[in-house]
Write a protein that binds this ligand. Structure first.
Ligand code: SF4
Length: 457
């Protein structure tokens, strides 16, 4: 039988509860248990005037931003539409059915104003890490660090070599915000001062972003998103935005380890990372200054692949401070007797040990040792002890487990790009990257909390 045509007849009164309408197993319900913004409200109070028209509730804006990052909604305009139409999002934002949703332009005003001045997103991120620690999800024994490139909101068409667009010619007075931030961070170790090597191109829209071809495909402008995670449950314990160059990324690892100790009292026994973090300086910093085991492959170019003896074929005598070569002869820092004692440490941190020309010229092993030079020399870094410790660890069973644990940080980046859709930044400048990375890391930790901490019956 043909059914009756449905005609909308608006009821005069509705009895409707959003609370009852959102399913008990909705993911936002599980996450909502861990979102406590009462402290942030106190923190923000000094940034609001005591008089005048009341502002839009900052808690509402933070909750809306969290919905955006948790659900991978990248556009603020779309986020406002979604919150307007989706009942679960309204419930999470504490909006009733008839409450108005803020306009998308409100976000940008607050992001660049009070939120940034009060370092709000950093506070928010730290409050969620504190909750993870309170829920016993952070063991604090083994950390892993890595960085991932996130495309900046900048294109090659609006870029030139830096010599055609030097910083001295820019006037901060009439420059856009991203350019002013670039000028402010020129001496910052995480940005302008990370390396003296000039990038091939500089973007006029976001000059602090780095032109990089590190992913082997076509080059693009990017920032590096740096994560320090606890490997027990892959909780992100710190996050940092830097220029996409290795020097800035290793610097960020140091900053994050120091900050995690100062902020949460967490001090790892071991740090897991890839070869990019295996420089002698980084290993020396970890081992000698902090007593942290480096589960990191050594960044070492001294290994020879042409069949001649490598440095490892030479035996070092610490007491005599000299090497013995496979031919049984000595390699010393100085063959002359010095009137003034010298350390022999060069600017690059290496000490060079030289064989005697006389020994090498009559040695039967010369063709296997130094066929093109009159005498062999060996470079030893001042942190060679730390490098040797890292080499020992990388050949141990513990390193196999550490390598598996390192995958967790890579999976977090994959999740960030594929599920949270943060493969290209929407905000420009170092502060824009910093805000986006903090919100995304907060969203990832909240999702992890919701997944691992069971809902009370
Ligand atoms: S060539 Fe020189 S350094 Fe090499 S094994 Fe012979 S004596 Fe030793």
């Amino acid at each position: 039988m043909l059914g009756e045509r449905t005609v909308v007849q608006e009821a005069l009164f509705y009895e409707f509860s959003i609370e009852r309408h959102v399913p008990a197993d909705h993911p936002l319900r599980a996450i909502d248990r861990f979102v406590d913004l009462s402290e942030l409200r106190v923190h923000l109070r000094p940034f609001y005037s005591e008089i005048g028209r009341p502002s839009i509730d900052p808690e509402l804006m933070i909750r809306m931003l969290l919905v955006g990052y948790i659900r991978g909604i990248r556009s603020e305009r779309r986020l406002c539409e979604e919150v307007h139409l989706n009942l679960a999002y309204r419930w999470f934002c504490r909006l009733d059915l008839t409450d108005a949703v803020p306009d998308h332009s409100t976000f940008s005003k607050n992001r660049h104003g009070r939120f940034r001045e009060s370092d709000l997103f950093r506070r928010l991120f730290e409050s969620v890490v504190e909750r993870c620690i309170a829920e016993c999800l952070v063991g604090g024994e083994r950390f892993a660090v890595d960085a991932s490139l996130i495309r900046a909101d900048a294109n090659k068409q609006n870029a030139t070599p830096i010599d055609d667009w030097p910083a001295e010619r820019l006037n901060p007075g009439d420059a856009p915000r991203a350019v002013r931030e670039y000028l402010d961070t020129l001496d910052d170790a995480a940005f302008g001062a990370a390396t003296e090597v000039k990038p091939k191109f500089t973007s006029h829209a976001d000059p602090a972003s780095q032109w990089t071809g590190a992913q082997k495909g076509p080059a693009f402008f990017a920032y590096a998103d740096n994560y320090l995670i606890d490997t027990d449950h892959a909780i992100i314990v710190d996050v940092e935005a830097t220029r996409a160059v290795r020097q800035a990324e290793t610097g960020a690892a140091r900053t994050m380890i120091d900050r995690t100790l100062a902020r949460f009292g967490l001090y790892p026994e071991a740090l897991v990372a890839d070869t990019a973090y295996g420089s002698a300086d980084m290993l020396g910093w970890l081992v000698h200054e902090h007593g942290i085991e480096p589960h990191i492959p050594v960044f070492d170019k001294s290994e020879r692949r042409d069949g001649t003896f490598s440095n490892t074929d030479f035996r070092f005598d610490r007491d005599a401070d000299e090497y013995t070569c496979p031919g049984g002869n000595r390699l010393k820092k100085y063959w002359r007797t010095m009137t003034k004692v010298r350390t022999g440490i060069c600017k690059d941190g290496f000490i060079r040990y030289y064989a005697s020309k006389k020994d090498c010229s009559r040695c039967a092993l010369k063709a296997q040792c130094t066929p093109n030079q009159p005498a062999r020399k060996i470079a030893r870094h001042i942190h060679e002890g730390a490098r040797n410790l890292a080499r020992e660890i990388t050949s141990s069973d513990a390193y196999v487990a550490s390598s598996r644990a390192r995958k967790k940080v890579e999976m977090l980046f994959a999740h960030l790009k594929r599920i949270l859709k943060l493969d290209r930044l929407r905000l420009r400048g170092p502060n824009g990257a910093r805000d986006e990375f903090h919100l995304a890391a907060t969203a990832q930790n909240l999702r992890k909390l919701a997944k691992l901490v069971p809902t009370p019956a």
